[in-house]
Design a binder for this molecule. Sequence first.
Ligand SMILES: C[S@@+](CC[C@H](N)C(=O)[O-])C[C@H]1O[C@@H](n2cnc3c(N)ncnc32)[C@H](O)[C@@H]1O
Length: 227
Amino acid sequence: MSMLLDQVVPFGRSRREYELMFNLSKKDLIKRILGCGDGPASFNTEMTTDGYSVVSIDPIYQFTGQQIKHRFEENLDEVLDQVKTTPDCWTWKYHRNIEDLRRNRCLVMDRFLADYETGCKQGRYRIAALPDLPFRDGEFELALCSHFLFLYSDHYSEAFHVTSAIELCRVADEVRIFPLLTLAQHLSPHIAAVREAVASGGIKSTIETVEYELQKHGNQMLRLFRS
Ligand SMILES: C[S@@+](CC[C@H](N)C(=O)[O-])C[C@H]1O[C@@H](n2cnc3c(N)ncnc32)[C@H](O)[C@@H]1O
């Protein structure tokens, strides 16, 4: 357990953050949505409350809510300290400042935890991991991947990114990935390879600017779609 929980910090974002990161329109919201690597985001619970359809997958769903919360609490101060010591790297738009960021991350975690057990029973939180997803071809209309692919480019290879993107395109009509920056705030070196690989399967790609920005210049998403 600690191995997986050590690799990627389980921080979660809200529905409003997902809407801004992925430029979600009213038409997008009514689609059958897959949240890939959703972790402790409150996107699923907030969308479900309003009657929308979201299935979230993440390998951390093999753990209990208490275990996920513990890992989050263990990391929170360290991550926020890193933000504090690198002030030039952040843009305060959605979150007003570091304290607001802390409050928002804790609120999201509380919302996720309140829904987690019910959501697991309803099949809305499912244990699965890229690059192999347990879904039929085209089972979803839209797949969203926030803060996993590209962000962890130093931990996951180009081949992993390519295979994962192809798998997401298999299970969903359209895929959106945000951000395109790595943890070190460089443009991911895997973007070109992903775009070339999906293009050879007839899938188009565009890079779009979105309203959300926390990592400075981290306001772009990759959209993969069949025309
Ligand atoms: C930084 S969190 C982002 C959570 C959420 N997407 C958000 O933006 O609020 C990254 C998530 O990726 C998940 N993850 C790690 N390995 C994965 C894999 N192979 N496939 C899918 N998700 C994975 C982690 O467990 C973690 O929950």
